[in-house]
Design a protein around this ligand. Structure first.
Ligand SMILES: [Zn+2]
Length: 68
């Protein structure tokens, strides 16, 4: 059974835009990957793996229900 990639938080160092995405599979879909800031076009973005707590706070708890 494939393990979904962990949620990733993208942060723009220029305008402080940020978004946490939780891919549903290994295949990234549009809207689940950012190579540049959609707000100000700055690139590259800071990327870090979100903790479970952050993901839950971000309203992504549904993405984890399948895991437990
Ligand atoms: Zn930006």
């Amino acid at each position: 059974m494939p393990i979904p990639p962990p949620p990733t938080t993208y942060t723009c160092p220029a305008c402080h835009w940020s978004k946490t995405v939780a891919p549903r599979s290994d295949a990234l879909m549009p809207g689940e990957f950012f190579s540049a800031c959609p707000n100000c076009r700055h690139a590259p973005l800071d990327r870090k793996t979100a903790s479970l707590a952050q993901a839950t706070l971000g309203g992504l708890a549904d993405a984890f229900k399948r895991l437990w």
